[in-house]
Design a protein around this ligand. Structure first.
Ligand code: PGA
Length: 256
């Protein structure tokens, strides 16, 4: 794992945007795995500003609420089109987002996994992290080998996400999410975490034991996982001096 501490959300998002931009330049037909939520908002704004060529890019989103269609204001499909896809030249046929209205959810999930395989797998998976350590919507106790499937949200996650819905009771109980096994097959992983409320989850994921009780901790087993955090989210890490030193010593060709 490479932990990169940046002074604030803007600097961290700009760095993450440069990493994504490098991926798209080096491989114009890249397959990206993408998150939603507050965390990637500035990253998406930066990517739009970079005016990259998205015509050959394929994307797979991590998750979606069951029961919400693409026109629902809180659906992740709507979020992605508003915050990124509509502002870049991506082709609609290359965008994949779990279908919250799928009639046969297990069949849909099997197809989603097949679609990822058919395009050769995900080159770069961008992730946020929940206050409970979830990645995608893989809540604590999720199988570390799980595949795309339906999950039930924890009370903590429903509370965290109530801010988008206005009322907690309006947050759906169920979601479709890529599995932890699916995420781990991506060739590179870039996890972003900002703010003090993520500090405990980041510390558990990076410096704690690998455990299904903190799903993000499985990234310790990923060969190319980068964790980009602001100072606040780094606040409970023990080895910050070491992470800063490693980043400062990086050869120029390895920087973004
Ligand atoms: P957030 O969510 O970006 O809205 O904090 C992250 C997550 O739940 O994975």
């Amino acid at each position: 794992m490479e932990v990169i501490i940046q002074p604030d959300v803007t600097a961290a998002s700009q760095l993450a945007a440069r990493m994504v931009a490098r991926q798209l330049r080096e491989k114009p037909n890249s397959v990206l795995g993408l998150p939603t939520g507050s965390t990637p908002l500035l990253l998406y704004r930066e990517l739009v500003a970079l005016k990259l060529d998205w015509r050959r890019v394929t994307t797979f989103n991590l998750d979606e609420y069951v029961g919400l269609g693409p026109d629902h204001p809180q659906s992740y499909a709507r979020f992605m089109w508003e915050n990124l896809f509509r502002q870049v030249n991506i082709l609609r046929k290359n965008v994949h987002i779990p279908d919250g209205l799928a009639k046969d959810i297990p069949k849909f999930c099997t197809r989603y996994e097949r679609q990822i395989r058919q395009v050769g797998g995900i080159d770069l998976q961008v992730l946020g992290i929940g206050t409970d350590g979830h990645i995608g919507f893989n809540e604590p106790s999720s199988s570390l080998a799980s595949r795309t499937r339906i999950k039930t949200l924890t009370a903590e996650t429903r509370r965290d996400n109530a801010r988008f819905f206005g009322r907690e009771e309006d947050v759906p109980h169920h979601v479709i999410t890529m599995g932890i096994g699916t995420i781990m097959e991506a060739r590179q992983v870039l996890l972003l975490a900002f703010g003090e409320n993520k500090a405990a989850a980041v510390a558990a994921a990076v410096e704690g034991p690998i455990t299904a009780m903190c799903p993000a901790s499985i990234l310790q087993m990923h060969p190319v996982a980068k964790i980009v955090v602001d100072e606040a989210a780094a606040g409970r890490l023990q080895k910050t001096d070491y992470y800063r030193w490693v980043f400062a010593q990086k050869p120029l060709w390895q920087r973004w």
